[in-house]
Every structure is written in C-alpha cells, then in structure tokens.
Design a binder for this molecule. Structure first.
Ligand code: SF4
Ligand code: SF4
Length: 128
C-alpha cells in the first residue's frame, strides 16, 4: 500500500534538513502528486510513514477515509508509540472532529492512548 494521491505530510510536518516549518507546503511538493526531488529527498522524508500508512500493512488497517488527504489530519505517534499526535491542517482546523476520526479516537481512548493536537507548532493534549 502506498500514499496514492496523498501528500499532506509534506505540509504538516517539519523538515529540519530543508528548514521547512510545520503546517506549510514544502516547496518541492507537487500537491496530490508527489515530490519533485524524490530521489534526493531528505532522510527525514525517506523514513517518515504516518500512522495511516503504517497500519495498511496490518490486519486491522485504519479506514480508507482516514487517509490524510481525505481526513485532512495526519496521525503520527510519539513516545515509543504510546501517544498519538494529530497534525492539523490549518486550512481544515475542524476536520479532526468528523465522525470517522472521532470513531478512531474513541478506539484509542479505550486503549488509554494519550492523544495530542498539533497545530501552529503547538502541542495540546486532548482530554480523555
Ligand atoms: S500523510 Fe501518510 S499517506 Fe499521506 S503522504 Fe504522508 S505518509 Fe503518505
Ligand atoms: S522534500 Fe519531498 S518528500 Fe520531503 S517534504 Fe518536500 S515534497 Fe515532501
């Protein structure tokens, strides 16, 4: 399984090698298509898989509608996988409240996984 037409992490994530800030499009991103410097992209881009992509290899993958270009939220992990971070697209600040994402978040809460919202480079915990 691949990213398909999703390129949202090229907006939401920092890329320190490029001095790229979070929540702005990378200058190399062809939105919805891919990376114009794919063969020479930085290491942090090479190793990054969002949680949606990681779970596509598992027996219980995240739903197709939660692919970040559709949900408008990039879901990542921190703290050795014990915490989940929702990287919010500033152009869709309320998208994480949609039913499909809320259903997913309820499953995480039942497993006592801590959830954080990342927006404007600020990390805030979501109450349990
Ligand atoms: S957000 Fe996930 S699915 Fe989308 S391009 Fe990045 S790694 Fe691929
Ligand atoms: S260098 Fe390529 S893979 Fe990395 S953020 Fe920019 S567009 Fe995305």
């Amino acid at each position: 399984m691949s990213c398909g037409t999703c390129t949202l992490c090229c907006k939401t994530m920092k890329v320190h090698e490029l001095g790229k800030a979070a929540h702005v499009w990378c200058a190399h991103c062809k939105i919805g298509q891919g990376c114009d410097t794919y063969e020479t992209r930085p290491e942090s881009c090479r190793i990054y898989d969002c949680l949606w992509l990681q779970t596509q290899r598992l027996s219980r993958p995240m739903a197709a509608e939660l692919r970040p270009d559709k949900s408008r939220v990039v879901v990542g992990t921190a703290n050795g996988g014990e915490d989940v971070i929702l990287y919010i697209d500033p152009d869709r600040p309320e998208a994480w409240k949609r039913p499909a994402m809320q259903h997913f978040l309820r499953e995480l809460r039942q497993r006592r996984i801590r959830i954080f919202l990342s927006r404007n480079d600020d990390l805030q915990p979501l109450p349990l």
